[in-house]
Design a protein around this ligand. Structure first.
Ligand code: UT7
Length: 321
């Protein structure tokens, strides 16, 4: 049995902040942001939370698959920005949508989180432990971004995407290639809340997201093509046999470099970072759900999903729709 996606959903905050709006907050411009990244706008949470967006995306995925929440057996939320330190966002979503029979937990793998959740779901489904899994990638990055730092705050957005996966004899996940390199954790990180117990020095501050952009860029253009090629080799496929390459939406130039390395046309790499920015773990499932909504995914299509991010973490998978 293979893990197959049978329903997708997404949720974006109502407030759309374009680049001109950001130029009122920090010393930047629409020209710099759009030329260097391809981002023109992003959605930022005013009222929305990681939980509310997760639940909305999950409900849409279940509805599109015509599947009952109470039949969900595994519920995983990939996030680095849960509303609470504990319980997990997954347990909160479980209550919110009524997935009362599911085993629920979160995964922290930054922008690769959705692919990691798919990896875990596939192992459970292949082993026969569970017959289905509801996977959600959700982030409220606007709460960990330093809104005085123009080198990071212009890049990120908020949102959630979801995919319902079930055991299937036809199609589904054909191969995967994932990795982690903790040696490089310090090129992209966000410190947690400080320890204020009576034994510690006072005055420590909560951290914000910090990134060495050029290091992450170099890592991405080197590693993403490698892991896609590895996943393709495992599936016995060549790049030209793939219908769509759905990549983590961090930077248009990274996607263009990956397309070039694989010898593929940019048109086969759909993008939404112009409207959503980089939504970390939510980026892949949001784009997948939007493509599904627009009728861009057809039964039998071969699709590559690939992501990379803090950890460092990365991954690619090949699936048949
Ligand atoms: O999900 C994974 C997360 N992260 C990524 O994928 C990020 C990967 N890296 C990148 O996408 C790019 O490195 C960035 C978009 C972050 C930066 O682009 P860059 O072409 O590497 O620019 P840079 O850091 O070399 O900066 C060039 C200049 C600098 O000014 P000087 O030193 O040349 O005078 C920056 O201070 O651009 C300046 N700059 C800005 N200017 C206007 C940096 N940020 C901004 C800004 N607006 N927002």
């Amino acid at each position: 049995m293979r893990a197959k996606i049978i329903g997708t959903g997404y949720s974006l905050p109502a407030f759309r902040a374009d680049n001109d709006y950001l130029a009122t907050l920090v010393d930047t411009s629409d020209e710099w942001i759009s030329e260097r990244t391809g981002i023109r706008a992003r959605h930022l949470a005013k009222e929305e939370t990681t939980l509310s967006m997760s639940a909305e995306a999950a409900r849409m995925a279940l509805e599109r698959a015509n599947f009952r929440a109470e039949d969900v057996e595994l519920l995983i939320v990939a996030t680095i920005t849960g509303d609470m330190d504990t319980p997990s966002t997954a347990c909160q979503v479980q209550k919110e949508i009524g997935a009362k029979h599911a085993l629920a937990f979160d995964i922290n793998a930054a922008c690769s989180g959705f692919l990691y959740s798919l990896h875990v779901a596939e192992a459970f489904i292949e082993s026969g432990t569970y017959r289905n899994a509801l996977l959600i990638g959700a982030e409220t990055l606007s709460k960990i971004v330093d809104w005085t730092d123009r080198t990071t705050c212009v890049l990120f957005g908020d949102g959630a995407g979801a995919a319902l996966v079930t055991a299937s004899e036809n199609g589904g996940l054909l191969s995967q290639s994932l990795g982690s390199n903790g040696e490089k954790w310090d090129v992209l990180f966000c410190e947690g809340r400080p320890n204020e117990n009576p034994l510690r020095a006072k005055g420590q501050k909560c951290g914000y997201l910090k990134m060495d952009g050029q290091e992450v860029f170099k890592f991405a253009v080197r590693t993403v093509p490698q892991c896609i090629e590895d996943a393709l080799a495992k599936a016995g496929l060549k790049p030209e046999e793939i219908d769509l390459f759905i990549l983590h939406q961090a930077n248009k130039r990274i996607i263009q470099a990956v397309a070039k390395r694989l010898g593929m046309a940019e048109e086969e790499f759909p993008m939404n970072m112009d409207e959503c920015g980089n939504t970390s773990a939510a980026s892949l499932p949001i784009l997948l759900a939007q493509l599904d909504e627009r009728g861009r995914l057809h039964p039998g299509d071969r699709i590559v999903l690939s992501g990379f991010g803090a950890g460092l973490t990365w991954g690619a998978c090949v699936l048949e729709w």
